[in-house]
Design a protein around this ligand. Structure first.
Ligand code: G3P
Length: 222
């Protein structure tokens, strides 16, 4: 296995919901096995168990709430996420923004349950702030490029190199992913060139006519 990490966020795309989530995860598993590159998926909460129990690959929650056991209603409880089979969680996202205090509490909650933590950020300053909180990964994604098909690694390389530098300075144990508009092998290769260790992506794979072929292209230049 290389140290490159790819995490596919299934968001609420219909193609990645329910049985669709299992199909996309299966494609990820096949491409991960063939390429030796670690590929994880982040399905919706209700699909974590379905995916994790049917496909042997790392499953991430799209979020979690920093609540304990007991009198809490309507939350994504870490124990339930873990018991469903997740190995990690995304925290914060431009599509689901949290306060800094909530990001901190979510990281602590996830770490106490031995879940890997990927904090999404939107620029260099928030990458630096997130690094100070000590997650496993910071994933920088300029919101204007999310879902655009225009890869961050080409359109805004400075936000990736800037995040890598800032994170290294603040907490060298934290690794950097980048995302937004990533879909092709050359996008991933450029992301790695810029110093990130992988990518967090969604639409380019989930909405592709053939997700497995799209994933094969994604890993083709590593
Ligand atoms: O979390 C991943 C994401 O926001 C990037 O989305 O569709 O631009 O790959 P996309």
């Amino acid at each position: 296995m290389s140290s490159t990490l790819i995490v596919l966020n299934l968001k609420t795309y219909l193609e990645g919901t329910g049985e669709g989530a299992v199909k996309v995860a299966q494609a990820c598993k096949e491409v991960a096995d063939d390429s030796g590159i670690e590929i994880g998926v982040a399905p919706q909460f209700c699909d974590i168990y379905r995916v994790a129990s049917q496909v042997d690959l790392p499953v991430y929650s799209q979020s979690l709430d920093p609540v304990g056991a007991g009198s809490f209603t309507g939350h994504a409880f870490v124990q339930s996420i873990k018991d469903a089979g997740a190995v990690g969680t995304l925290i914060n996202h431009s599509e689901c923004r949290l306060t800094l205090a909530n990001i901190d509490a979510s990281i602590t909650t996830a770490k106490n349950a031995a879940l890997k933590t990927i904090v999404c950020t939107n620029n260099v300053a928030t990458s630096a702030a997130a690094a100070a909180l000590g997650p496993d990964y910071v994933a920088v994604e300029p919101p204007e490029l999310i879902g655009s098909g225009i890869p961050v690694s080409k359109a805004d390389p400075g936000v990736v190199t800037g995040s890598v530098d800032a994170v290294k300075r603040i907490n060298p144990a934290v690794q950097v992913l980048c995302g937004a508009g990533i879909s092709k092998g050359e996008d991933l290769a450029a992301a790695l060139e810029l110093g990130s260790v992988g990518v967090l992506l969604a639409s380019g794979i989930v909405k592709a006519a053939n997700p497995k072929a799209a994933l094969e292209d994604l890993v083709s230049k590593v």
